[in-house]
Write a protein that binds this ligand. Structure first.
Ligand code: CP
Ligand code: NVA
Length: 302
């Protein structure tokens, strides 16, 4: 059974083909609608954390492909609390042809996948966000026409989004510079893992050095879901890492700005940059739909 738990579990040729499928499905949708390749199929969506983009884009993607999706809120299932993960996985496998889950602990995804008899998709965990990274690659591909050799700088908290961005950059042949403050940098193990995938990765605490001449500046919230108690402490540390017009000027003239959203405007990104001419953030958000259609079709068409 194939799952979409981490970008690293998919080879470069598989991801190349998945990207082509996403481009094709987007074009197909824009030319009048998708073929109902998931007709009659159901995606169960399990959420332990809030969501706008992931929830809506998966639900709409299933509808566009002829199927449907069922949203299960954090309180409803009580994953691992009201009912064990192996039991939830086996019950949902009896009703649905795929499971998408957003969880805190990444082990909960691997446990779901181990017990489910249908494909499981990672809709974000504390450790990774592969659907986001894949949609980001689609966005950069549409804009630049190629991914190989692109220089990406990620500025801010080294988090789940950074990790999957690194895996995607490795697989598609882009390079990544990450600028995070001391104490919020990528772990040695994570950096080793990404370099082991062949990623040209530079880690620094200097945002200006990181963005110099890059094709893309990427940022994300300073405080991820589940870290709310640290928000005040983080607000004191992160302001030098704000993506603003001064920082953007150091990137290549043609540079684009990405943010997975939700944005905390005035913190990690200014309105001027988020809404400015270099920003692709809403195309990026929209591409979650098209990218995930490809993932769903690849995993669930039998
Ligand atoms: N970017 C993203 O995953 O957004 P949501 O948390 O709203 O799903
Ligand atoms: N790093 C953020 C991403 C949200 C889509 C979080 O985990 O809250």
């Amino acid at each position: 059974m194939r799952h979409f738990l981490e970008i690293a579990e998919w080879s470069a040729p598989e991801l190349e083909s998945l990207l082509n499928l996403a481009v094709h499905l987007k074009l197909e949708w824009q030319s009048g609608g998708n073929r109902p390749v998931l007709g009659g199929k159901i995606l169960a969506m399990v959420f332990q954390k809030p969501s706008l983009r992931t929830r809506v884009s998966f639900q709409v993607a299933m509808k566009h492909l002829g199927g449907d999706a069922i949203y299960l809120s954090p309180d409803e299932i009580g994953l691992g609390k009201r009912e064990s993960i192996p039991d939830v996985a086996r019950v949902l496998s009896g009703y649905a042809q795929g499971i998408m889950a957003r969880v805190f602990a990444p082990e909960h995804l691997t446990e779901l996948a181990a017990w489910a008899s249908v494909p499981v998709i990672n809709g974000l965990s504390d450790a990774s966000h592969p659907c986001q990274a894949f949609a980001d690659m689609l966005t950069l591909f549409e804009h630049f026409g190629a991914l190989r050799g692109l220089k990406i700088a990620y500025v801010g908290d080294s988090n789940n989004v950074t990790h999957s961005l690194g895996e995607a950059a490795a697989r598609y042949g882009a390079s990544l510079r990450v600028a995070s403050p001391q104490g919020y940098q990528m772990s040695v193990e994570a950096a080793e893992h990404l370099r082991g995938m062949g990623l040209a990765l530079t880690l620094t605490d200097d945002p200006k050095a990181a963005v110099e001449g890059v094709d893309c500046i990427y940022t994300d919230t300073w405080t991820s879901m589940g870290q709310e108690a640290e928000a005040e402490a983080r607000r004191r540390v992160f302001p030098p890492y704000q993506v603003n017009a001064d920082l953007l000027r150091l990137a290549a003239k043609h540079a684009v700005v990405l943010h997975c959203l939700p944005a905390h405007r005035g913190e990690e990104i200014t309105d001027e940059v988020a809404d400015g001419a270099h920003s692709l953030i809403f195309q990026q958000a929209a591409n979650r739909l098209h990218a995930q259609k490809a993932v769903l079709a690849r995993l669930m068409v039998s």
